[in-house]
Design a protein around this ligand. Structure first.
Ligand SMILES: [Mn+2]
Length: 116
């Protein structure tokens, strides 16, 4: 059996680059990624950190992420998505919508919990 696995990272949603919003660029990238997911039907998608550019991203940037997750799930319902926090993310923020992520076959791991 072939396992198809997509690995992406460092989206930095919400970023301003020298006062220029990258929103349109991110929209184009996410639309392209959705096309790839639709065409190749990966079993798993790993979003490996720096999803957002800052720990308190704009509502527009957050909407961009959650719209992507909803669209991706519609295009590939079997696909399992895992998001992990990068150094730009708030680990608690990406975990806080866990009950909703389950609906999209997605999971977020943002905080290390040590077993003591
Ligand atoms: Mn980065």
């Amino acid at each position: 059996m072939t396992v198809r696995f997509f690995h992406t990272s460092d989206w930095h949603l919400g970023q301003f680059f020298y006062n220029h919003s990258r929103h349109y660029e991110h929209e184009q990238f996410l639309a392209w990624l959705l096309e790839q997911i639709k065409a190749k039907q990966p079993h798993a998608l790993l979003i490996a950190g720096d999803i957002f550019d800052v720990i308190n991203p704009s509502s527009q940037a957050q909407k961009q992420l959650y719209q992507f997750l909803a669209d991706a799930h519609n295009l590939a319902p079997h696909m399992q998505t895992l998001m992990i926090a990068g150094n730009h993310d708030s680990g608690y923020r990406i975990e806080q919508v866990e009950p909703l992520l389950e609906k999209y076959n997605a999971k977020a791991v943002g905080v290390i919990r040590w077993n003591q």
